[in-house]
Design a protein around this ligand. Structure first.
Ligand SMILES: [Zn+2]
Length: 70
């Protein structure tokens, strides 16, 4: 079984398929049953079921840690 991905707000995601605009990278902007992501190239927002998104993610770059600033 594939490991669930631990998405966080601010994560950068690289998807297997590029957006029609040509963008490959997205930022996580909303968490829940559906995950909201925003395309870096065109700024479009997309909501996707978590399971669907996990299948499409090629690479996850964790958000810069906010804990370090405290
Ligand atoms: Zn786009």
């Amino acid at each position: 079984m594939p490991k669930p991905i631990d998405f966080e707000i601010g994560d950068i995601l690289e998807l297997r398929k590029p957006h029609p605009c040509g963008g490959h990278t997205w930022t996580v902007i909303r968490l829940g049953a559906d995950i909201g992501i925003r395309c870096h190239e065109c700024g479009r927002k997309v909501l996707m079921p978590r399971s669907e998104l996990e299948k499409r993610v090629k690479k996850r770059i964790p958000a810069p840690s906010v804990e370090e600033t405290t």
